[in-house]
Design a protein around this ligand. Structure first.
Ligand code: 5GP
Ligand code: MN
Length: 343
């Protein structure tokens, strides 16, 4: 049995919104990851199966290793197709917000979405949602938004509503957001849900290979370079830092997604509890990825030092300025959190 974590009232209310709508747009955060793409495509497939005119619109393009997902080719990128994205968003009866809980996570698209009067429904697992949703499924205990989409479909349509395509999208979201069930993955329900996804026809081993054995030679060379030359340990703080400049990214022809997962690797070093990856994706703008183990709150570091947020053990933000400045911010965070890091 799967424990019900979404209240019956919320399920009923969301069901009614769906029933009363014709056109639905599902959104996820900028720089979408496996959970953002998997959860939105799964919900799109379900809504289509109910006869709805459902679309996924995301702020910018998603990485190549997710291109194989069922109906991923239908996803509209706001940055690349603004007119089409605005037309879809503007004519939607309801808007689903998946895997983010603040419009600021939509970058420029957020301003347009804020101007729309269509009701917004939240389905997400990040803490501290902002106001403004007519219904919310906000469950930080969930391993992924994809898990919550499974729960929602299951509660609305029963297990028989979950097709193999939906199951592939859901599994991809759950797998990628837990580092292949290496963190945030101790709840028994996760494995009960996976057993249902396998019953729906997924091949989890093939999904693993499609997502993780899909690197380019450049990506492997880039990770070799990063581990050899760009990883710095701060043993007195149990921390590690990787920096990658715009010039270095260009040298390895780094494409979208090529740096995904590199931030986790320093956590393999004995004693390291906190890992920070600073990458200059465009000159003057540094993207920040943070990871931690146990109860070290990297989302607090993200909020205080990098204008971002996220989960306890996986969070992010950004810095406008030079790499040197971003490294200073990281060092300042180590000073402030030294006690927590070394206890
Ligand atoms: P990643 O390092 O994979 O880009 O992000 C890790 C986690 O942090 C994800 O769950 C993502 O949603 C969250 N995150 C990344 N950047 C930001 C940000 O700027 N603001 C907030 N609130 N969360 C972020
Ligand atoms: Mn997620």
């Amino acid at each position: 049995m799967i424990d019900h974590i979404i209240s019956a009232g919320t399920v009923e209310a969301i069901k009614k919104y769906i029933q009363d709508s014709e056109r639905v747009v599902i959104m996820a955060h900028r720089n979408p990851d496996g959970d953002a793409v998997g959860s939105t495509t799964a919900l799109m497939l379900f809504l289509k199966s109910l006869g709805k005119d459902a679309h996924v619109v995301i702020p910018n393009a998603f990485p190549d290793f997710l291109k194989w997902l069922p109906q991923a080719e239908e996803i509209v990128s706001y940055e690349d197709n603004k007119e089409q994205a605005q037309a879809l968003l503007g004519s939607a009866d309801i808007l689903f917000c998946l895997d983010f809980n603040a419009l600021s996570r939509l970058a420029e698209m957020g301003g347009y979405v804020a101007s729309l009067s269509a009701p917004r429904i939240l389905v997400d697992h990040h803490p501290f949602p902002e106001e403004g949703f007519v219904q919310s499924v906000s469950e930080p205990q969930a391993c992924s938004t994809a898990e919550l989409v499974f729960r929602l479909i299951y509660r609305i349509g029963g297990l028989q509503a979950i097709t193999r395509d939906m199951a592939e999208c859901i599994y991809t979201g759950m797998m990628t957001d837990t580092g292949c069930f290496a963190y945030a993955s101790n709840r028994k329900d996760i494995y009960i849900i996976i057993s249902h996804l396998i019953a729906a026809g997924i091949d989890k081993d093939i999904i693993y290979r499609k997502v993780f054995y899909n690197y380019t030679l450049n990506r492997l060379k880039l990770s070799g370079f990063v581990m050899y030359d760009k990883l710095k340990l701060y043993p007195n703080s149990n921390a590690a830092l990787i920096t990658l400049t715009y010039k270095e990214m260009r040298r390895f022809c780094a494409a979208k997604g090529d740096t995904e997962g590199l931030v986790n690797m320093p956590l393999q070093i004995k004693g390291v509890r906190f890992s920070c990856f600073l990458r200059e994706e465009v000159p003057g703008k540094i993207n920040v990825s943070l990871r931690s183990v146990d109860d070290f709150p990297c989302n607090k570091v993200a909020a205080e030092f990098f204008g971002g947020g996220g989960h306890l053990n996986a969070s992010g933000g950004e810095v406008y300025g030079t790499m040197e400045y971003a490294v200073e911010r990281f060092k300042a965070a180590l000073v402030k959190y030294k006690e927590l890091l070394t206890q």
